[in-house]
Design a protein around this ligand. Structure first.
Ligand SMILES: Nc1nc2c(c(=O)[nH]1)N[C@H]1C(S)=C(S)[C@@H](COP(=O)(O)O)O[C@H]1N2
Ligand SMILES: [Mo]
Length: 215
């Protein structure tokens, strides 16, 4: 009897987790570090985040100013295109949607896409709706601690799916730029670093959109 109950619970757990693991992905308990090039050495006294492009006014926040923006937490399942997923990761930082809703950033109606510009010229591009969803965050903290340098300190984009899968859309984790320094709003799309290197620009892990056609 008891055994049956546990068996059923285990089965239910498996089904739930199955719905959380996109096709072709494996779960990891570790937190792999993945990026191209060296880890930048950032000086917070000269760090800033610039918002430019299809905005009514350009904005530049220094570190102190950025830390006064409204903050929030989100728990995400991360999916890397190199086939690892990590469940239940806790992030804290600033929601781009909140910045728009509360008037910290005013977009022109022509804004359709966002480029995240990172240290050393890394870029990644998404349509506006991806970065304005609740499953995208400008993150300063992971698991209650400031980001470590290799995971993007002091600021990174992070994107994943909700553990209950209630998000409308998500994308692979390369579309969260580590060492973020600017957000460029654009009318047209422009491929970023990995997108130019042959990754699929749509990048939906549930559709297994890993590579561009013909790669
Ligand atoms: N600046 C920068 N950000 C980046 C990358 C990079 O090469 N440079 N790689 C991306 C990729 S492919 C992944 S999977 C995640 C990895 O984040 P992590 O190292 O914190 O796991 O960072 C993304 N952000
Ligand atoms: Mo990745």
């Amino acid at each position: 009897m008891l055994k049956n109950v546990f068996g059923r619970r285990e089965a239910e757990q498996k089904v739930r987790e199955g719905n959380r693991l996109p096709p072709g992905q494996s779960l990891t308990q570790k937190f792999p570090v993945l990026h191209y090039g060296p880890v930048p050495k950032t000086d917070l006294s000269t760090w800033d985040l610039r918002v430019f492009g299809e905005v009514e006014e350009e904005v530049v926040w220094n570190w102190e100013q950025f830390n006064q923006l409204p903050r929030t937490q989100v728990t995400l399942d991360l999916h890397c295109v190199t086939r690892w997923s990590k469940f239940d990761t806790l992030w804290e930082g600033v929601s781009l949607k909140t910045l728009l809703d509360e008037g910290f950033i005013k977009l022109k109606p022509t804004a359709n896409y966002v480029i995240q510009h990172c240290e050393y010229g890394y870029t990644t591009n998404t349509p506006l709706d991806i970065v304005l969803a609740d499953n995208f965050l400008l993150a300063t903290h992971y698991d209650g601690q400031p980001l470590t340098p290799d995971h993007g300190w002091p600021l990174r984009g992070v994107v994943g799916s909700f553990p209950d899968r209630s998000e409308e859309k998500t994308v692979y984790l390369w579309k969260g730029g580590k060492w973020l320094r600017a957000l460029e709003f654009r009318a047209d799309d422009k491929l970023g670093f990995w997108e130019n290197a042959g990754y699929n620009n749509e990048a939906d892990p549930w559709k297994e959109q890993r590579f561009a056609r013909g790669w």
